[in-house]
Design a protein around this ligand. Structure first.
Ligand code: GTQ
Length: 348
């Protein structure tokens, strides 16, 4: 940091003023702000109670149809990033409602999306000609530039959490989007086709990887939950994460999506996890159980379907009052590819 009381301070100030219209600035006066010794984010910890989000969405349901809105979604805006439609610096989150009989019309965009189902008696999404029925806890992927439309033929509304890489795509100025022209795209594949082909620890002979996104587009909760239930018997808990699994692309073992990493974890009753921090800000959704997450000393109590955000490099401790299952997502795949991702366990 330059000395603000330097004898030639007036001359320095005059110099800064002179170069400003020439579109130059002095690095030494901003260096400490742009190259920080540790992450310093405007993103703040926050928790949205599901009951409130649900109530507001039902009100939105009286105001606008899914068709008119194109997507009837309430954006979860980080209080530190107001007006930017961001839940973290790099990611977007929203909660979407499709009422019985409604259709959210087919479109496609260069942003990738994940859905995590919060409440459903039925409801579907169709991606690239294949439809999937959505059940609570299912993790569903919409790869970038694939046509997708949503519908609900059940008697009850369906609610899900949307996670998209909108801020990342915006950062790169790489957004493209278009409508399909009809409400629904034609369905050309049987239900469950992608899970059968790619989700049975096998791949069709001669399968060639063409995209960076997993070819599975619905990871059913039943299966993921069962894996955690089986694993817990060996009691090999991670002190910071409990039992934490990441959703993978079965083709290469990498993350299921190139820009968003998604995980499901089991925190056993009574656990108080070890102090932990990492550079990927995360969005968490408890599916079962209740507890609290302490972020830099501030406690956030949660129950099923609440949604909370942990910014980069904050110290985190999770406590579970009963067996808890948490879904989470972050930009970790991007940070890993760029050689930026870091974590730290314990003090320090
Ligand atoms: O369902 O396609 O929350 O395009 C934001 C943008 C959902 C979607 C969002 C979207 C969608």
């Amino acid at each position: 940091m330059p000395d603000a009381n330097a004898p030639n301070q007036a001359a320095r100030e005059a110099f800064y003023t002179a170069i400003e219209p020439e579109r130059m600035s002095a690095l030494w006066s901003v260096m400490g702000e742009i190259i920080t010794p540790a992450p310093k984010s405007p993103c703040v910890p926050y928790l949205w109670h599901y009951e409130l989000v649900r109530k507001r969405l039902m009100e939105a349901g009286d105001l606008i149809t899914a068709k008119e809105a194109e997507r009837r979604v309430l954006v979860l805006e980080n209080p530190g990033l107001r007006g930017q439609s961001k839940v973290t610096t790099s990611l977007y989150a929203g909660v979407q409602l499709v009422m019985p009989g409604e259709v959210a019309p087919a479109h496609r965009h260069t942003q990738s999306a994940l859905r995590f189902v919060l409440e459903a008696q039925g409801g579907h999404t169709t991606v690239a000609g294949e439809r999937t029925e959505m059940a609570v806890g299912d993790f569903v992927i919409t790869p970038n530039w694939e046509w997708h439309d949503h519908g609900n033929e059940a008697d009850e509304p369906i609610f899900w959490l949307d996670g998209l890489d909108i801020p990342l795509v915006q950062f790169f100025d790489a957004s493209f989007a278009e409508g399909f022209g009809e409400d629904e795209q034609p369905v050309g594949r049987p239900l469950g086709d992608s899970l059968a082909r790619y989700g049975a620890n096998m791949l069709p002979m001669g399968y060639e990887k063409k995209t960076p996104t997993s070819p599975i587009f619905n990871y059913p909760y039943e299966r993921s939950r069962e894996a955690l239930e089986q694993m817990r018997r060996s009691e090999e808990w991670d002190p910071c994460h409990g039992l934490k699994m990441r959703y993978i692309n079965p083709v290469d073992g990498g993350w299921a999506m190139p820009t968003i990493g998604a995980c499901l974890q089991l925190l056993p009753q009574g656990i108080s996890t070890g102090k932990y921090r990492c550079t990927d800000a995360s969005v968490f959704v408890p599916v079962e159980g209740s507890g609290r997450t302490i972020i830099d000393g501030e406690s956030f109590s949660w129950g099923p379907r609440d949604i909370f955000v942990i910014p980069s490099w904050r110290e985190v401790v999770h406590e579970a009052d009963d067996d808890a299952i948490l879904f989470s997502f972050s930009d970790r795949p991007v940070q890993e590819k760029l050689g930026l991702w870091r974590e730290r366990r314990g003090n320090g």
